[in-house]
Design a binder for this molecule. Structure first.
Ligand SMILES: *Cc1c(COP(=O)(O)O)cnc(C)c1O
Length: 402
């Protein structure tokens, strides 16, 4: 959570600008706000980093995914291919716009694979919600031809891949719409916040209205605005946007330091018997928020986790059993436990979620252990962590366990 590590005077200054005027609302009030427009500033910082033609800040990464889906025209009854490894918000967003998730296989990129998508496509598939996981990116040269061949709509949840890119294009800009999260745990934080990006003007206008009760934001009289579509309140406040802007300006520095730390870790661990790394479809585009290592198999990963815990090393995630990011933990979806009835409960699920056959995803996540990279580490910190990981893996793979 590098952004959170760097919270400081810059963020406080931006917040104070807003506190001076007291205009916490992102729209209108042109005179008393005295030229302070933090949501707009935040959006232009995100455009600078990503090269997106349009960016729209909202209240969270989750509402950004929901807005991205709606603005791409995805709604009730549409079948959407999704990965079984993602933050649950992706699946919730698909369900809550009324669409029907279809789980497909990921591969060693930790993202949906072209083969996984191809295998899951049916005549009813409308879209793919591709998630760029763990700071990295999906293999876009392989995936885009599948999207085009089947005339699918691509929406990208780059919730944890802000400032990552593939061959020069930012994650989030391959599809119709894309989005990032700026929650407390991401490369940059707004406290709570998210940003939708697109190069499509019509999608942007839809998103802009959808995320604010349908307002078209033309003119300076909110009561007299037109409402091209129904929407809801997914707005970001000026206070959150102020923090998001200050943090986003730190992202080029964070990305550089993270990559250097990760490179050294990979160098130190590269020779260790039994360790390999997740595939980076474009190593130059890594935002390097995670070091993702593979053990030879799920049992070896489990033993390594036990050794890491014994050694008091807490800075890792074993998503296979411990985290809310993998389908093995999503019993509420498998049992469709909902607060109130969703469209999928009327239309019927396109798959039997209790009996999904995703052996590749089970194998990949079973072998995966991820370490959060910190941008405040010293070289000594990095070397110590590498030493600890080496010890734990060596112990876990020692023949005594065989
Ligand atoms: C964090 C995250 C989200 C949700 O973002 P919030 O800002 O926490 O709502 C959505 N998708 C992915 C892939 C994420 O990692």
């Amino acid at each position: 959570m590098p952004g959170t590590e760097l919270f400081g005077v810059e963020e406080r200054k931006e917040i104070n600008d807003v506190l001076e005027t007291g205009i916490l609302f992102r729209y209108n009030h042109d005179e008393p706000r005295k030229g302070v427009w933090k949501a707009r500033d935040f959006e232009s910082e995100v455009k600078k980093i990503t090269g997106a033609r349009y960016a729209h800040a909202v209240s969270s990464g989750s509402t950004a995914v929901a807005t991205a889906l709606a603005a791409a025209g995805i709604g009730a009854g549409d079948e959407v291919i999704v990965p079984p490894f993602t933050y649950i918000a992706t699946i919730e967003a698909v369900l809550f716009v009324g669409a029907l998730p279809v789980f497909a296989e990921i591969d060693e990129t930790l993202c949906l694979s072209a083969a996984g998508i191809e295998k899951a496509v049916t005549s009813k598939t409308k879209a793919v919600c591709l998630v760029h996981m763990c700071g990295g990116m999906a293999d876009m040269d392989a995936i885009m031809p599948v999207i085009k061949k089947h005339y699918l709509i691509l929406v990208e949840d780059a919730g944890q891949a802000f400032a990552a890119s593939y061959k020069g294009t930012a994650t989030g800009l391959f599809g119709k719409t894309g989005c990032y999260s700026f929650d407390f745990f991401k490369i940059a934080t707004a406290g709570e916040g998210g940003v939708l990006v697109t190069n499509d003007e019509a999608a942007y206008k839809l998103a802009d209205s959808y995320a604010d009760h349908g307002h078209d934001h033309i003119g300076n009289n909110r009561g007299m605005e037109q409402h091209p579509v129904l929407g809801f309140n997914y707005r970001i406040s000026e206070l959150h946007a102020a923090v998001g802007g200050a943090q986003t300006r730190k992202v080029p520095h964070i990305r550089t330091v993270n990559n250097a730390n990760k490179k050294l870790l990979m160098q130190l661990l590269g020779e260790v018997q039994g360790i390999s790394f997740a595939t980076l479809a474009d190593p130059d585009g890594d935002s390097a928020t995670f070091l993702n290592i593979f053990l030879p198999d799920t049992e070896a990963a489990g033993r390594t986790v036990a050794e890491l815990n014994k050694a008091g090393e807490g800075g890792f995630n074993y998503w296979y059993t411990n985290m809310y990011h993998f389908i093995n933990q999503w019993d509420h979806i498998k049992e469709m436990r909902t607060a109130s009835k969703l469209p999928i409960e009327i239309l019927g699920a396109p798959q039997d979620y209790k009996n999904l056959h995703l052996p590749k995803s089970q194998e990949v996540i079973g072998r995966l252990i991820s370490f959060g990279i910190r941008c405040t580490w010293t070289e000594d910190d990095v070397r110590k962590l590498a030493g600890k990981i080496t010890d734990c893996v060596t112990k876990a793979l020692a023949p005594v366990h065989a």
